[in-house]
Design a protein around this ligand. Structure first.
Ligand SMILES: [Zn+2]
Length: 76
């Protein structure tokens, strides 16, 4: 489990691609709960998602995010 998380952070080299202003905006939602500001829709299944998911889960709900990024864990 731990290794996969490290991989995720390594892949998302967002610090390099975002401006300081964008980074601040993103860090705001980082500390938010997964059910706060449910004003967005999953880009895969259209389910309601939070601002946190939009910024940190690739614009997807938890289910789609896990499916996309960790398909091995869902093969059961
Ligand atoms: Zn979804």
């Amino acid at each position: 489990m731990k290794e996969e998380k490290d991989e995720f952070w390594a892949e998302g080299s967002f610090a390099e691609t975002l401006s300081e202003e964008d980074m601040k905006k993103k860090m705001r939602t980082f500390h938010m709960k997964h059910d706060e500001e449910m004003n967005y829709n999953c880009r895969k299944c259209d389910k309601k998602i939070s601002a946190h998911n939009r910024d940190w889960h690739d614009g997807m709900c938890d289910d789609c995010f896990n499916e996309t990024h960790f398909p091995e864990e869902n093969k059961r």
